[in-house]
Design a protein around this ligand. Sequence first.
Ligand code: GAR
Length: 210
Amino acid sequence: MKRLVVLISGSGSNLQAIIDACQAGTVNGQVVGVISNKASAYGLTRAENAGVPTRVLSHKDFGDRESYDAALVAAVSDFSADLVVLAGFMRILTPVFVSAFEGKLLNIHPSLLPKYKGLDTHQRALDAGDSEHGVSVHFVTAELDGGPVIAQAKVAIEAADNADSLAEKVHRQEHVIYPMVCAWFVDGRLQMGEGKAWLDGQVLPPCGYV
Ligand code: GAR
């Protein structure tokens, strides 16, 4: 059974989807630890309700990003992670962390990458007048939101949408594709190599599996 460690900063609805998928057996793994940089993150309650050990590691207790990331490496390593899943973990990670887990470090980002890296993705898609928006799961590299994309899911932007309604639509898709990608990884079907994402021995296209 592969050991998943999930990093969060907030609500943890993606964490919940992954815990549920593990419990249902659609992901052949177990969430063995949840780490948050915020003590108030509701995802910590979700983890406790599921009997998953938690740890709070506040970035405010560290003088710079590198020392925080070194402590984070140690915390994740304590759980002996096979897969590290960033699920709404709102920290920019330095190479100190990324290089420790590269190839087994996933992130979910609420846009159709390479569009809208960074924050406020839903409002930016609305402001640009886009007709579609979505979510990407990607391997994490040192480039912010820039690692190879594994999978994307699209949602239509309708005239009545605002940032909240769009976030809700995107979240529904996130809860489908993140467990799906975790399942691929734990089943040994998904790797990162030559700066690309590979599924079943084939290079995925730049937009990943859609
Ligand atoms: C998700 O929408 C995820 O895509 C986003 O944070 C939200 C977390 O929701 N991640 C980022 O913006 C990363 N840059 P959750 O806490 O309910 O899983």
